[in-house]
Ligand binder design. Structure first.
Ligand code: CMC
Length: 428
């Protein structure tokens, strides 16, 4: 391939370098273009702008491919575990047996959170959305571990922050839930694995014996793996952007949690179930709701459909759809919204509007149905996404820091008033 690209603008020709990724994706490097020409490029929503090079996740939206560090998502979802995938994403390779055991042990031993966190937690009103609470509590970790504030403090310090975060997020999330419903908080139990421990902290009550259902634990582990990274999406780009100012890991992740919250991103899993419920309560007429989604004067969108980069199918959605069937069958749950979801999918896949725009079910379309079957409340669905995405955010923050990437600072085209003189208040 030619190593340069030619751009003609304002009657002049400019030669710009090109780069190629390990999967032959091509890019024009416009970093120095403004210095040469005085012209910027503009791309609201970064629809065709690469913000970085990255060796973590490969995604081909046309072919429906998703790989973490080269490993296909289908293999990892079937054979790996969430903690192993976290190690893979963060450190670059699958762990040896010793590395795996050491990492698991290091995470397990750090799952307790400082008792003073309870004071912050109980200060929130009970109707606070858990994503806001989660983000605040993660940000508060900077106060409990002030040494973490310097992201260049050395590998050991950074690793300690990473371990603490992976270890404590399930505890913080489960405590957020317990506090919201007014139940006593459960402490982590070290003999349980990562996911079982989370389920214990969420659902165990002092009055009854609680044992973790292995089918539930396995399904949740798979869901977390499927959410673990997705290259430069909205929340991950936020984590990298915040981190690029040399903000600490905890504060960068807290901002990622906020970015994930919105219904066009991670919040879609909550929005999907609310939408399916609404359709069910309205009589289940899927055609009527499809028409609403297609009507440009109606703000309604079919939640869980469409994706910025997947224009063929979302490979995560395929795995999740099957997992939803398996989990519901295994638990003997008959959820009427699953039928509505399948009905909507069937109509959408053959509808011209959706086919033309390449809108397919995304990861969030079926994940909420599984979360609900597992007993996770709707407002907590996006918290589950955050738990899953955590290793990806960490890996991307670490890569950005290690590569000494410059501070993120986009430019703009100004469309406001040109210079005008200030007038006194009395004359206006
Ligand atoms: N329902 C109806 N129409 C849609 C939908 C939808 N869910 N999604 C996109 N469209 C239409 C959109 O109106 C536009 O039509 P036109 O070309 O006539 O103006 C066209 O399809 C392209 O959409 P877009 O909004 O320009 O595409 P985008 O890449 O900016 O947005 C998206 C991607 C995911 C935000 C969008 O598809 C959407 O809002 N989906 C619903 C929310 C959702 O499920 N989000 C979760 C994404 S997966 C989880 C994650 O990784 O965050």
């Amino acid at each position: 391939m030619s190593q340069t690209a030619e751009i003609k603008a304002d009657g002049q020709s400019y030669e710009l370098p090109m780069m190629e990724g390990s999967e032959q994706e091509k890019a024009i490097d416009i970093g120095k273009f403004r210095a040469q020409s005085g012209i910027i490029t503009i791309d609201p929503g970064f629809k065709n702008t690469g913000s970085t090079t990255s060796a973590i996740t490969f995604l081909d939206g046309e072919k429906g491919i998703l790989r973490y560090r080269g490993y296909p998502i289908e293999q990892l979802a079937e054979k790996s575990s969430f903690l192993e995938v976290a190690y893979l994403l963060i450190y670059g390779d699958l762990p040896s047996k010793d590395e795996h055991d050491k990492f698991t042990n290091q995470v397990t031993r750090r799952s307790l959170v400082h008792e003073d966190i309870k004071n912050i937690l109980t200060g929130f009103p009970s109707n606070a959305h858990p994503m806001g609470v989660l983000s605040s509590l993660v940000s508060s970790l900077t106060a409990f571990y002030p040494q973490s504030l310097d992201p260049h403090r050395g590998t050991d310090m950074v690793n300690l922050s990473i371990l603490r975060l992976i270890a404590k997020l399930p505890t913080i999330a489960a405590w957020t839930y317990k506090n919201k419903i007014g139940q006593s908080l459960n402490f982590p139990v070290n003999e349980l694995d990562y996911v079982s421990n989370f389920l214990h902290m969420m659902f165990s009550v002092p009055t009854e014996e609680y044992s973790v259902n292995p089918v539930v634990a396995q399904a949740l582990d798979k869901l977390l793996i499927l959410h673990a990274d997705h290259e430069q999406n909205c929340s991950t780009s936020t984590v990298r952007l915040v981190g690029s100012s040399q903000a600490s890991l905890y504060s960068s992740i807290a901002s990622g949690i906020c970015a994930l919250w919105g219904p066009l991103h991670g919040g879609a899993n909550q929005a999907v179930i609310e939408m399916l419920e609404r359709i069910k309560d309205d009589g289940g007429d899927t055609k009527k709701w499809m028409d609403k989604a297609k009507d440009k004067d109606d703000p309604f969108r079919l939640m869980g459909f469409g994706h910025r980069v997947y224009k063929n199918f979302d490979p995560r959605a395929r795995i999740i759809k099957k997992a939803a069937d398996d989990v519901l069958a295994d638990l003997g749950v008959n959820d009427p919204v699953l039928d509505i979801a399948k009905g909507l999918e069937e109509v959408a896949l053959s509808d011209e509007y959706f086919v033309e725009r390449k809108l397919y079910p995304n990861v969030d379309f079926y994940s909420g149905i599984i979360y609900r079957a597992l007993g996770i409340p709707v407002e907590f669905f996006t918290v589950m996404f955050a738990l899953g995405r955590l290793p990806g955010w960490i890996a991307q923050w670490k890569e950005m820091t290690e590569n000494n990437e410059p501070i993120g600072r986009p430019r703009q085209i100004y469309t406001g008033a040109t210079e005008r003189d200030y007038t006194d208040l009395s004359s206006r």
